[in-house]
Design a protein around this ligand. Sequence first.
Ligand SMILES: Cc1ncc(COP(=O)(O)O)c(C=O)c1O
Length: 350
Amino acid sequence: MSKFWSPLVKDLVPYVPGEQPKMANLVKLNTNENPFGPSPKVIEAIQAELNDSLRLYPDPEGENLRKTIAGYHKVKPEQVFLGNGSDEVLAHIFYGLFQHGEPILFPDITYSFYPVYCGLYHIEGKRIPLNDRFEINPDDYAQPNGGVIFPNPNAPTGRYLALSEVEKILQANPDRVVVVDEAYIDFGGESAIRLVDDYPNLLVSQTLSKARSLAGLRVGFAIGHPDLIEALNRVKNSFNSYPLDRLALAGAQAAYEDEAWFRKCCDGVISERERLTKALEDLGFAVLPSKANFVFARHQSKAGEALAQALREQGIIVRHFNKPRIEQFLRITIGTPEQNDALIGALELM
Ligand SMILES: Cc1ncc(COP(=O)(O)O)c(C=O)c1O
């Protein structure tokens, strides 16, 4: 606390990102990054952009990238909004598309940035409990609200909600924006983007941080009805007109131009996820069915926190949340085959 702080700052409860340790040779399975690295074409494109043009501001609308993403997802460019990571896109959504006088609905176990945005903008957040199998029940979202948001697949559970169920939530809320946060959709789920032309209240957010291995570049986007995109542009242009720099625009563009690399990375993560799930089950873990690049698992007898600590002592970092209902679980990012072997080997000795 300092006398220089505004009255708003002292009440903020900021998000705590997963640890980014500085030690070398760690098996880092704690922040859902992609183990396979970005396409070499992305690196080339960024290197090609390292020139005198850096003295100029980037395109504030990211027109080329918006066209590319629109073409890829078969929507119009005016249905695409770009941001500095999907976290920034989500921040603008909370500000610009939710009705602040009414509670925003999200699952009780979900991405922990949602309550943080509620705090930032002084909006009430209402947590809707997942069922005993950690699934979203669409009927629970048919109640008065100022907007609805959930990840699909959910984080940190990894559980996927079928599009027919997503549609039930959309139909129950025709006068409110429903946001489907698809940070992990490319690891086996079907995107709700194909529904945006049927539901003017649907906004889908995605990121290049996960399936396209570009967490360090900070590129995310949302797709929905042009009216929703216009609201986001109004917020963006009242905050930072240039959220994506020249290198990010060039790198993201190249990522979309290398479909083969993208598919190879996703397939690699999916097959390792299935292998790791089986190995964990053989070791006495219950593993929730995951369509993400991580699994959420609890051991039948060993405590989650103790296991996370024991793994850390072996140089293997996984995520443990000290929160009700999930304190016995570990969230384990899918690593390379070698990293997953190291994890399995260490657990076998515990
Ligand atoms: C559910 C969910 N949404 C959004 C994000 C933010 O992704 P980024 O800001 O890297 O695009 C994350 C990051 O882990 C996430 O788990």
